[in-house]
Design a protein around this ligand. Structure first.
Ligand code: BGP
Length: 477
């Protein structure tokens, strides 16, 4: 087979955002509070990060933003729908203004030749459901999600071809109190991490079912990092396999094969961490297999063997943006321990930079699952400086994106099916872990954590670069 010259003509070039991180207008037009409105006000403010009330003001500026996307040549835009705009309190009482907002957003995309790719759920559960039954901790959430998913998929059945179901379940398990509101009395019950994930698996299968009923395609977005062994010692290789099984395959096997991967499930059972699975749950998974895999790729990870006697711990954070300030590494005694990779450079927040890791992911997963991929996140979180003459010279971001586009091309040249590339993020937005200090956008949003100012949009150097990339079908990198 001859190598593709550029990317295919119908390749979906674009970028991504999520509702609570970009929209703002948190209390406008009938929107209900989401758990992220509360988490960001209560906890993140303590670190000096902005909350979600204004964010990047996309709610009011979406037309201006889509005009900028068109200028870059986007043919796709991945955004998420805020459940609380549609059903402010969960349940079934529709807020028409919320439906209208997304109808207008979708129309604006289509009028500008941009394929709208919505995510159903990106961390922002209605707060009313947390108050009612502790949100994701309870299986009751599945009924509310079903009402929401069925409604919205039907509402936009004529406009949406690809539905991204749930964003980053594996990251939710890792960082459960940041991504879900977990009342303090439950925060030491780690089995609940996997129970929440099980409830999400049921929701994601239900979303796939409704998407299929209207002839659309659906797939999950998972934060996916390949895991290397720290050394070639057999003990470290097994540890890396264990980590890969628990942090990656445990999710993908449910989405694409309809069952939980046996080794990690056994490990969870032996350690009192396994979810309660009811009769019929796995049948639901098997009846509703996803069509594509939406990959959120930022970094690769590394693991080594871990003695039985070690203390269990979960993934740490770097809240300062100073290299080496990571608060800890996930440790599962007798199974694996995560660690930095001595071979790779990192971002200021300790995320390993590894474009070859993306090529590895494509190749490995295409061999194992043979489904099409789309990149729904990929990007470099960095401090950006606005120069006195109003420019952002983000050559570091261009280098990062270029290398990952090249990795995508190498995988496609080996026959891997990739539908599109939507890096994180279209414009600067509220980072889930670091407010506005850490930026990802192709478009600069002129605000700080402390001062939202006017949220003026400024084209970064990466904006002009990406425009050229798209115009040349990915040949002018
Ligand atoms: C992913 C999320 C996004 C996004 C990104 C960067 O996990 O899906 O919502 O924010 O990571 O992470 P952060 O904002 O923590 O830097």
């Amino acid at each position: 087979m001859s190598k593709l010259e550029g990317f295919p003509k119908d390749f979906l070039w674009g970028a991504a955002t999520s509702a609570y991180q970009v929209e703002g207008a948190a209390n406008e037009d009938g929107k209900g509070l989401s758990q992220q409105d509360v988490i960001n006000t209560e906890r993140h403010k303590a670190y000096g990060f902005a909350d979600a009330s204004i964010a990047s003001d996309h709610y009011h500026k979406y037309k201006e933003d889509i005009a900028l996307f068109k200028e870059m040549g986007f043919t796709s835009y991945r955004f998420s729908i805020a459940w609380t705009r549609i059903f402010p309190n969960g349940g079934d009482e529709v807020n028409q203004a919320g439906v209208d907002f997304y109808r207008n957003l979708i129309k604006e995309c289509k009028d500008n030749g941009i394929e709208p790719i919505p995510t159903l759920y990106h961390y922002d559960l209605p707060w009313a459901l947390v108050e009612k039954y502790n949100g994701w901790l309870s299986r009751e959430v599945v009924k509310d999600f079903e009402i929401y998913a069925k409604f919205i998929i039907n509402e936009f059945k004529d406009d949406i071809k690809y539905w991204v179901t749930i964003n980053e379940q594996s990251i939710i398990v890792q960082y459960w109190t940041q991504k879900c509101y977990v009342p303090e009395e439950y925060q030491n019950q780690n089995q609940l991490r996997y129970q929440i994930n099980h409830h999400m698996n049921l929701c994601q299968a239900i979303a796939v079912k409704y998407a299929h009923e209207v002839g659309a395609l659906a797939g999950p977005a998972l934060g996916y990092s390949p895991i290397y062994a720290r050394t070639c010692k057999p003990e470290d290789q097994i540890a890396a396999l264990n980590a890969n099984d628990l942090r990656n395959s445990y999710y993908l096997d449910v989405y694409f094969k309809g069952y939980y991967t046996v080794a990690p499930l056994t490990y969870l059972q032996e350690n009192g961490l396994a979810p309660v699975i009811e009769e019929g749950d796995e049948e639901l998974f098997r009846a509703n297999i996803s069509d594509f895999f939406a990959i959120n790729y930022y970094d690769s990870q590394c693991a080594h063997a871990c003695p039985e006697g070690a203390e269990r711990s979960w993934s740490g954070y770097n809240l300062t943006g100073k290299k080496g300030d990571m608060s800890g590494f996930e440790t599962h005694p007798g199974f694996y321990q995560m660690c930095p990779n001595p071979e790779l450079d990192t971002t200021a927040w300790d995320w390993a930079i590894d474009p070859i890791g993306l090529e590895y992911v494509y190749r490995d997963l295409y061999t194992r699952y043979k489904v099409p991929f789309m990149i729904t996140e990929n990007g470099l979180g960095a401090y950006d400086d606005l120069t006195e003459d109003g420019k952002i010279h983000d050559d570091y971001r261009i280098d990062y994106l270029r290398a990952h586009i090249q990795a995508t091309k190498r995988a496609m040249d080996k026959g891997v099916e990739v539908l599109g590339y939507m890096p994180w993020s279209a414009l600067d937005l509220l980072s889930t872990s670091n407010g506005y200090k850490k930026r990802y956008g192709l478009i600069y949003v002129d605000r700080t954590d402390e001062d939202p100012k006017e949220c003026k949009r400024i084209r970064k150097d990466s904006f002009y670069w990406y425009k050229k990339v798209i115009a040349s079908d990915g040949t002018d990198l």
